[in-house]
Ligand binder design. Structure first.
Ligand code: KE4
Length: 438
């Protein structure tokens, strides 16, 4: 099926004259998969339409925020009403208080929330808080985890596991990188050894509770609890970056679903995506003891013109109100149905793959073994994924344009959508098989 993508092609040529790469975020440019990014103009429920009128079932969902589907009438109504009362005051307003209260109600260890406009800002603030709270510099992260584009986190592993981090982007100085150490994910020995060697220098360890920015790589049993214990013993903080998983995995995010009963809690949480329902809302949250270090109570500076914006927080509130237990049950079922339909198609075409999930977050690695860390993820068959991606897209199913991303279901997916996804996956699996043989 050859799609007419003339409109997207023209828009992309025009966009590249005025925006670097024609995009406002690199992954959208299709550099990893090749081809022409689609320019979308409308979404409704589980469907999105591009400028050429092509219709797609959406399994990207703006990378997580569109959890209840596109243009949900209750979200649109609340946003429209808020927007009619002005977009922003640069002053306190009730909606941000209501959204903070909702987050605190859902996640027991949280006593304070500070809103920002992106996950990057939320993580940047959490790092600054951890350094202020401990008086230490070193941040520990894991290879393959993504925490936004602040300098301290655009760092790759040094030559040895415990050596200083190296910048992994031009513009990040060695000075900024050297205070970040990068360990292999799921490697508890490496973490224990680092804490034994440098525990008293470590301000914080940060991790995604289930890494989803290298594809979905579940933690080995007890990994997050061990991080919490090692950090606590060394006087370091534990930052759980739930920007992706927060209120996506459950009503209280990953921690509430998988860790509540394990007797540990991180010192700081970061959120984004779902708490804005597609509008720019993110947050750093935690105990009053740590969070009240932030100005104006404490002296850790952080600020934002549009932080806690009344329209964006109205969207987040409306979205969270729709995220009830029934919705999460639906999401888990839909993720299982979609994952199994695609895996069945790939198996029938003889394409090696590993379907990996945690709750309703899932992804498919084109490799025949379980992916436990970033090195494993990098060893997958990228040409096979890319052929699969384009065949899905050209047949009306939009999946993430990268082999290193999570796939997202929404509450708006229908039984007919799942059937269609399974049919298209059969076509795409054949394309992947052909690419695997090249
Ligand atoms: P933002 O600054 O993009 O709002 O959030 C950064 C961030 C922080 N922490 C985690 C765990 C994240 O997943 C993200 C952002 N995720 C990507 C999706 N892989 C955003 C998509 C993009 O970069 O365009």
């Amino acid at each position: 099926m050859t799609q007419n993508i003339e409109g997207s092609t023209n828009w992309h040529q025009r966009a590249q004259q005025v925006i670097p790469g024609g995009v406002s975020s690199p992954v959208r440019a299709f550099k990893g998969v090749g081809g022409t990014p689609r320019y979308f103009v409308r979404g409704e429920g589980s469907r999105i339409w591009d400028v050429d009128g092509n219709e797609y079932i959406d399994l990207v969902g703006s990378w997580g925020p569109m959890i209840v589907g596109h243009a949900h009438p209750e979200v649109v109504a609340k946003v429209t009403a808020a927007a009619a009362l002005s977009a922003s005051f640069g002053a306190p307003s009730p909606n941000e208080v209501l959204l903070a209260e909702e987050i605190i109600y859902r996640v027991a260890p949280i006593e304070r929330v500070r809103f920002v406009s992106s996950g990057t800002e939320a993580v940047m603030t959490a790092i600054r808080l951890a350094r202020a709270a401990t008086g230490r510099n070193i941040i520990v992260k894991f290879a393959g985890c993504y925490h936004g584009h602040s300098d301290a986190l655009l760092v790759q592993a040094g030559s040895g596991v415990a050596t200083l981090g190296l910048p992994n982007s031009p513009g990040v100085t060695e000075g900024q990188a050297q205070d970040t150490l990068v360990l292999p994910y799921n490697d508890l020995d490496a973490l224990e050894n680092l804490f034994a060697a440098r525990g008293s220098d470590i301000a914080a360890v940060i991790t995604e509770p289930v890494p989803a920015n290298m594809g979905v790589v579940p933690p080995v049993a007890g990994f997050n609890a061990a991080i919490s214990q090692l950090a606590k013993s060394a006087g370091a903080l534990f930052i759980l970056d739930e920007v992706m998983t927060g209120f996506r995995i459950s009503r209280g995010g990953w921690w509430a679903k998988f860790a509540t009963h394990e007797g540990w809690a991180p010192d700081l949480f970061t959120y984004g995506k779902v708490i804005g329902g597609g509008y720019p809302v993110a947050a750093v949250a935690g105990s009053a003891a740590v969070m009240d270090l932030l100005a104006p109570v404490g002296s850790v500076y952080q600020a934002g013109t549009l932080s806690g914006n009344p329209v964006a927080t109205a969207a987040g509130l409306a979205t969270l109100e729709l995220c009830d237990e029934a919705l999460y049950e639906t999401l888990d079922n839909r993720a299982k149905q979609v994952g199994e339909a695609i895996s069945t198609a790939l198996s029938a075409a003889g394409v090696a793959h590993s379907l990996q999930s945690e709750g309703n977050l899932f992804s498919i690695f084109f490799t025949n073994s379980r992916v436990k860390n970033f090195a494993d993820a990098q060893s997958q068959n990228i040409p096979a994924f890319n052929a699969f991606f384009h065949a899905m897209l050209e047949n009306g199913v939009s999946i993430p344009p990268s082999a290193f991303e999570a796939w997202f279901v929404s509450g708006a997916l229908s039984d007919a959508d799942v059937v269609r996804i399974g049919e298209v996956a059969k076509i795409a699996a054949i394309a992947a098989a052909a690419a695997s043989e090249d």
